[in-house]
Design a protein around this ligand. Structure first.
Ligand SMILES: Nc1ncnc2c1ncn2[C@@H]1O[C@H](COP(=O)(O)OP(=O)(O)OP(=O)(O)O)[C@@H](O)[C@H]1O
Length: 336
């Protein structure tokens, strides 16, 4: 189980025109991803999804809050002591082209982490070859064909499978798939998603999807949890199918209205929606972060920040003072 409590991350950015400024990438995020479970972080570009994924995988530091892996608090450990814990979480990046060393064969790529593991666990050299063939088979590749090849001799989909095979060499507990299919040919995407789903079922590895596409989030299965992130804050959280069928937060509603199966879902507000680019995240803002773009905003929304909460009659957690507004666009699941 991987949990996060009140995770805060601020980046200092330096621009030629604007000088130094702070970007609040995460503003106190809580999450819990159970062993063998599935979760998706969804939100538009710049909302903080990748930063959160990198923090979970131990690739980025955080300023405040707590990350715990199987009940062990990471803040209490020195960086070197954290390594074996974070090794349980492997990240699959969106670009399988740059993730693999072009001068190494697939055999060499898999050999390095496997020989380290063999040394750590006192396994014989023969185990390295056996395990290399095993992880390739697990990801649907034929070891006899692939081991001697270089990355450029493989398709994008095959390269991503090799990246996943390399992640499996350390027997991870969780795979963090950051837009893992966005740079792959459309015809091969479903195969990679099916593979991640299959690994979850067969190996019990949990999968965290980072995506801006709710259809991808839904693919992980109806037991998956969806985290809708807006400007560094989780604004809605709950079972993926519940949220898709009945989104509460106006931001989730606008995100879902962009997916093809939900087209025609107009937000019935009268107030103009401000584009995200015009909002300045370096300045503090009172009230709901979505208020400047929200067609339903009321006076209270600009004065007070709603936190993630459960209210009567609403099955998912939401950070909106007026969840009843959702009834305007709620749809039965059969229509989704
Ligand atoms: N290393 C960094 N240095 C400075 N700012 C950063 C850094 N990494 C991320 N940011 C900023 O933090 C914010 C969140 O970025 P992040 O990449 O986590 O968003 P995202 O939702 O994953 O976006 P995308 O879908 O485009 O990858 C953005 O404003 C981004 O510019």
């Amino acid at each position: 189980m991987i949990t996060g409590t009140g995770v805060v991350k601020t980046f200092k950015q330096r621009g030629k025109l604007l000088g130094a400024r702070e970007v609040r990438a995460l503003r106190g995020v809580d999450f819990a991803i159970p062993k063998g479970g599935a979760a998706s972080f969804i939100g538009e570009s710049g909302c903080g999804k990748t930063t959160l994924g990198r923090i979970i995988a131990g690739l980025e530091s955080y300023d405040e809050g707590e990350i715990a892996i199987d009940g062990v608090s990471m803040s209490a450990l020195k960086p070197k002591q954290r390594q074996p814990h974070f090794r349980k979480i492997q990240m699959i990046h969106q670009d399988p082209y740059s993730a693999l060393n072009p001068t190494r064969t697939i055999h060499q790529t898999l050999h390095a982490p496997l020989s380290l593991r063999a040394r750590q666990t006192g396994r014989p050299k023969s185990w390295i070859e056996e395990r290399a063939a095993e992880v390739l088979t697990l990801v649907g590749l034929d070891p006899g064909t692939v081991l001697s090849r270089y990355p450029h001799q493989l398709s994008g989909g095959m390269r991503q499978r090799v990246v996943i095979a390399r992640a499996l060499t350390v027997d991870p507990e969780m795979l963090v798939a950051d837009e893992a299919v966005s740079m792959i040919d459309v015809s091969l995407r479903l195969g990679i998603l099916a593979l991640l789903k299959d690994l979850r079922e067969r190996l019990g590895v949990s999968v965290l999807f980072i995506t801006h596409d709710v259809a991808t989030a839904r693919y992980i299965g109806d037991d998956g949890e969806l985290y809708v992130i807006y400007r560094g804050q989780v604004v809605e959280r709950g079972p993926v199918d519940t949220i898709i069928a009945d989104p509460v937060h106006p931001y989730t509603q606008s995100l879902l209205s962009a997916i093809p199966v939900l087209h025609g879902l107009e937000l019935p507000g009268e107030q103009p929606v401000v584009p995200l680019e015009s909002l300045d995240d370096s300045r503090s803002q009172d009230g709901c972060l979505f208020a400047p773009r929200c067609p339903f905003r009321q006076e209270r929304c600009t004065a007070e920040r709603p936190l993630l909460q459960v209210t009567e009659g609403v099955p998912q957690e939401h950070a909106c003072f007026y969840p009843e507004r959702r009834s305007v666009i709620a749809r039965p699941m059969s229509e989704v």
